[in-house]
Ligand binder design. Structure first.
Ligand code: ZN
Length: 108
């Protein structure tokens, strides 16, 4: 069991996300890691604390003051923004096709 735990831990650490930064439409800095978005929660003398933009989600990211990734904390309780977007797009496409198909099949 101990061996498995060590392997798992090192795998998680090896898969640290690539992070980037954007500005929200309110001009606030946002951190993007693995298609998840985080907002700046607080800054200490050595660490910036970023929290997930989804209310109630426990995932956090710590960076140093130069925005270098220090660690990720916790797990997301929801899908990635991109996945959500894809689900929505697929649903809209299906609704469109259904409407279109039904329209085409109305007997003249
Ligand atoms: Zn989250």
């Amino acid at each position: 069991m101990a061996d498995a735990f060590v392997t798992l831990t090192s795998e998680i650490q090896a898969k640290s996300p690539s992070i980037s930064f954007i500005n929200s439409n309110k001009g606030k800095p946002l951190l993007v890691a693995d298609d998840y978005t985080f907002k700046l929660h607080k800054t200490t003398t050595s660490t910036k604390h970023w929290i997930c933009t989804i209310n109630g989600c426990a995932a956090k990211v710590h960076t140093d003051l130069n925005n270098g990734l220090k660690k990720t904390v916790g797990y997301h309780s929801h899908l990635r923004e991109k996945e959500k977007l894809e689900v929505r797009e697929a649903r809209e496409k299906m609704i469109y096709l259904k409407v279109h198909f039904l329209t085409l099949n109305i007997p003249a």
